[in-house]
Write a protein that binds this ligand. Structure first.
Ligand code: 8DG
Ligand code: MG
Length: 135
């Protein structure tokens, strides 16, 4: 089975909102909401792929990123390992550069079911962190 290594950016602003994009209707995990990112290419580090993918998909230049863990998931036909990064410093303003719908969502209001299954543990963690900060 194909095994993809994917760099994924949790872009978070000062109001603790996170930038989401909707996957295209023709892609794997079609129409689900995701954190921007994409496949790590040969010879690239996860961080390098993150910077490249976020520039391609959202137009921002990442200036700082913190690795916050990974998730491994096997879908019907492909296995993915997602390498998550928290991005709180960047230049420019993220937008759906490839035409995909986008939105900012409060960290506490992320909905796991809107994301591919590989994201569910991270969404739970982010929601829990936001709830603790609110108390
Ligand atoms: N970007 C991204 N991909 C995710 C997430 N969750 C998840 O399961 N995936 C899966 C879907 C895909 O099978 C795989 C690779 O992501 P991708 O389709 O964004 O890769 P890419 O940008 O390089 O796409 P492409 O050049 O082939 O169009 O990771 C997520 O939150 N963000
Ligand atoms: Mg992508």
């Amino acid at each position: 089975m194909k095994h993809l290594q994917v760099a994924v950016g949790v872009i978070r602003n000062a109001s603790h909102e996170i930038f989401l994009a909707q996957r295209s209707s023709s892609s794997h995990m079609a129409n689900m909401w995701e954190f921007p990112g994409g496949k790590i290419e040969l010879g690239e580090s996860a961080q390098q792929a993150l910077v490249r993918e976020l520039a391609e998909e959202t137009g921002i230049e990442v200036t700082q990123a913190e690795a916050i863990g990974s998730a491994d998931h096997t879908y019907e036909d492909v296995r993915v390992t997602l390498h998550f990064f928290l991005v709180e410093q960047w230049q420019g303003e993220p937008w759906g550069r490839e035409g995909q719908p986008q939105r900012w969502v409060k960290q506490a209001e992320l909905v796991a079911e809107e994301f591919p299954p590989a994201n569910h543990a991270l969404i739970a963690r982010l929601r829990q962190e936001a709830a603790q900060l609110a108390n």
